[in-house]
Every structure is written in structure tokens, then in C-alpha cells.
Design a protein around this ligand. Structure first.
Ligand code: ASP
Length: 432
């Protein structure tokens, strides 16, 4: 009860702090103070507060994920329930990812943001700041994704936020195998992991109380540095991605929630702390503790389901990122076509859809990770990697938005799976 009150107050505090951060940053920039020593000092202070908060969240991710997944999978048992919930979750992630990409494909073809006069297209291609140093960091190719299921060194995987998938698979294996131990030992293991899981949840709860401050620190510097003109050169691209993200969230995902009798507005409201954390951190992984907290305490999803769907979702389910990849690659190809190159055919667009779905599984839940996948897809489509520079400027703000959609998708999966398992999600009369 206490947690619930705290969460419902928290999302207003976080929303207020987000609005304040954007307003203050834009005003400082507008009156020209952002470049003054005072403005710079303020920006540095905010960056410090933001990093401090981000580090606290990241600190708790590995122990929380490991214990949640172990507890989740051990309580699913050995046999059918485990398989059923696992398959449902994966099917949900694949299906909603596919819907998101189809929506993206439709919009990017209808709006055609890259359909510009030839001289403009050539200018954009010429002006793009090419920096490939960060886009070569490990590919999101299919074989690579499969290999990452089994990290050769679990300690190394646990120390690297981009290798969380391996840690999750290992934790699932532990959870499943606990149930194969003689009862005396299995009982001990269950108590051991449950105790640890409770401990890390308590710590998460304490960190979350700092959310409004952390959000302010993370968001203000972004808007002080970027301001509104950051989106100007590729404004139609920005609008296309935003529209697709909004339509997917309020359209497709609402239909999915309605299908199991959940009110999407109530769900959105309950997930606000997680959505706003994702917006501020641009990292599904850093948001994970908050997502778990919201899904378990506000939506009342049982731990055996949330402990499995949410950590898995934060690493493999990226609806927003998949959608973004598709719009980005086709937008860049449209620019090339406008500049005099060949237009992308239907067959290649279909391949982009498939690749966006597959690579989004491999995209790490960290800021700007999609850029790697975009370069991989561009490579297949024969577009030079450097052209990714065209979307560089808008990436930060779109990352905030797509990460919010990513984690919202995870939360929808958790409540959907729980509902289809006849769990009492959002118990009647329970106000969020
Ligand atoms: N930042 C995204 C996430 O963490 C990944 C991406 O699309 O770059 O969910």
C-alpha cells in the first residue's frame, strides 16, 4: 500500500521535474545564458547529478536482474508452465515488433521524408558529419545475436551492460535447474535467492525516491546543448519517427491491452515513472529496476511473470528501436534516391523489415545502440555507413522517445501474459 502511494505521487513529481528541466534549459538557451559561465556551471552541475543517478540505477541492474530472473524462472517450475509463459512472451515480442515495423514502413513511404529536391539531397549528403568511430562497435548480425545467448565468461557478461542477454539466459538456467535438485537443497536455494531478490528490490525502491532529481539532471543538459534547432535539418524525418512511435503506443499497443480487458490509459498512467525514466536515461537496461517496480506494485503482475518478461524485454524487445531503424534506413535511402541514386525496391524494403526485427533483438538497451543496427542494415542495402551521420543530430531526442516505447512494450507484455494466465492484474477497485 505504501509503495503504491509512493509510486502514484512519484509520477507527478517526475513529470513536473521533466517539464521544469525542458523549460529552464530552453529559457537559458533562449536568453543566451547557456554559453555564459553561469550557464555552463549549471549544465555541469546537472550533468553531474544526472550521472550520479544513472550510476545508482546501473549499479543495481545486475544483481536485481539476476535475482529476479532466477526467482521468476524457478517459480515457473520445470514443465509446461515455464514453456507456455516463455513462448507467449517471445511470441508477444516478435508480433508487436513486427507490427511496429510495418507501421514504420507504411508511414515512411507515405510521408517520404527523404523525398527532397536533388540539390538539397546532395547538400544533406555532403554536410553529414561522418563519424564512424562509434558505429563499428560490435555488429548486430544474426549469428552474433545467437552467440550472445551463451557468454563464455559469465562474470565478464555481468560486468557489461551490453551483454545482459547472456546473464539472463544463465539466470534462467539456474532457476530451471534449482527445481531439479533434491527438495532439501532446492528449498534452501529458493529461500536464498528470494531473500536476495527482496533485498535488491528494497534498494531499488530507495533509489527511485531520487527519480525526480535524477530526471532533472539528465534532461536539462540535453535541451541546453541541443535546443530546438537540433531537429531542424531533418525535421520531417523526426516527425515521421515521432508519429510512428505515438501511433504504435496509442494504437497498436492499446488494442493489445484492450484484447485482455486492460484500460490502456490506466496502464500508461501506472507505468509513467518507468516511461519517464526511460525518456531521461535513453536506456532500457538502466530503466529496468523502475519498470519492474511499476509492473509488480502498480499493475500487480506476479513476480514469476514480471521477473521473466521484463528483464528479457529490456534486452530483446525493442519495438521503438525496430521502428526507428526501419524509418531511418529507408529515409537515408530516399535521400540517396533524391540525389540521383537508385530508389529502394519493394524486395529490399521487405529485407529491411526482417533485418530491423532481427537486429532490434540484438540491440543493447543502452543509449544510441540502434545506430549500430542501422549501419548493419545499411550495409546489406548497399548504403555507405557514413550516411548514418545524416540522422546523428536527432538521435539523442529520438532515443529518449524510442526507449520510452521500448519499455512500455515490455510492460504491456508483462500485463498481457499475466492476464492470459488468469492473474488478477490491476485488481478491481484498485486505484493506480
Ligand atoms: N536506447 C535504446 C534502449 O535502451 C536502444 C536504442 O534504440 O538505441 O532501449
Amino acid at each position: 500500500m505504501k509503495t503504491k502511494n509512493f509510486l502514484s505521487k512519484l509520477h507527478w513529481q517526475v513529470a513536473l521535474s521533466l517539464v521544469l528541466a525542458v523549460l529552464i534549459a530552453l529559457v537559458l538557451k533562449g536568453v543566451g545564458l547557456s554559453e555564459s559561465p553561469l550557464g555552463k556551471g549549471f549544465e555541469e552541475f546537472c550533468t553531474f547529478i544526472g550521472s550520479l543517478f544513472m550510476r545508482m540505477l546501473s549499479m543495481i541492474v545486475v544483481p536485481l536482474v539476476a535475482t529476479s530472473v532466477i526467482c521468476g524462472s524457478m517459480s515457473l517450475g520445470r514443465g509446461r508452465a515455464f514453456l507456455r509463459i516463455g513462448l507467449k512472451t517471445i511470441a508477444f515480442y516478435m508480433a508487436t515488433g513486427f507490427i511496429a515495423i510495418l507501421l514504420a514502413l507504411l508511414l515512411v513511404n507515405a510521408i517520404a521524408p527523404g523525398d527532397v529536391p536533388a540539390d538539397v539531397a546532395r547538400k544533406i549528403l555532403g554536410d553529414a558529419k561522418f563519424d564512424t568511430s562509434t558505429v563499428n562497435a560490435g555488429a548486430g548480425d544474426i549469428a552474433g545475436v545467437l552467440l550472445r545467448f551463451f557468454p563464455p565468461n559469465i562474470v565478464e557478461a555481468a560486468s557489461d551492460n551490453t551483454q545482459l542477454l547472456g546473464l539472463i539466459i544463465f539466470a534462467v538456467i539456474i532457476g530451471v535447474f534449482i527445481n531439479t535438485l533434491p527438495e532439501k537443497h532446492a528449498e534452501f536455494q529458493r529461500k536464498f535467492w528470494t531473500g536476495f531478490n527482496m533485498l535488491f528490490e528494497k534498494i531499488t525502491n530507495a533509489i527511485m525516491r531520487l527519480l525526480p532529481i535524477g530526471v532533472f539532471g539528465l534532461v536539462a543538459p540535453v535541451f541546453m546543448r541541443a535546443g530546438a534547432e537540433a531537429v531542424a535539418p531533418v525535421v520531417v524525418f523526426f516527425i515521421t519517427v515521432s508519429l510512428a512511435l505515438i501511433l504504435h503506443t496509442v494504437g497498436s499497443m492499446s488494442l493489445v491491452l484492450f484484447s485482455v480487458g486492460i484500460n490502456p490509459i490506466m496502464h500508461l498512467k501506472a507505468m509513467l515513472p518507468a516511461i519517464l525514466t526511460a525518456f531521461s536515461t535513453s536506456s532500457s537496461v538502466a530503466t529496468l529496476p523502475v519498470t519492474l517496480e511499476c509492473v509488480e506494485n502498480s499493475a500487480k503482475v506476479p513476480k514469476n511473470i514480471s521477473g521473466f518478461t521484463i528483464p528479457l524485454g529490456a534486452t530483446v524487445n525493442m519495438n521503438g528501436s525496430a521502428l526507428y531503424e526501419c524509418v531511418a534506413v529507408i529515409f537515408i535511402s530516399q535521400i540517396y534516391a533524391s540525389a540521383g541514386g537508385a530508389a529502394m525496391g519493394l524486395g529490399m524494403q521487405f529485407l529491411v523489415v526482417v533485418l530491423a526485427l532481427l537486429t532490434s533483438i540484438g540491440v543493447a538497451g543502452i543509449p544510441s545502440a540502434s545506430l549500430v543496427a542501422i549501419v548493419v542494415i545499411m550495409g546489406v542495402a548497399g548504403i555507405p555507413a557514413e550516411a548514418v551521420g545524416i540522422i546523428w543530430m536527432t538521435d539523442r531526442i529520438l532515443d529518449m522517445m524510442r526507449t520510452s516505447v521500448n519499455i512500455y512494450g515490455d510492460s504491456c507484455a508483462a500485463v498481457w501474459v499475466a492476464k492470459t494466465e488468469n492473474c488478477d492484474v490491476y485488481p478491481r477497485n484498485g486505484k493506480v
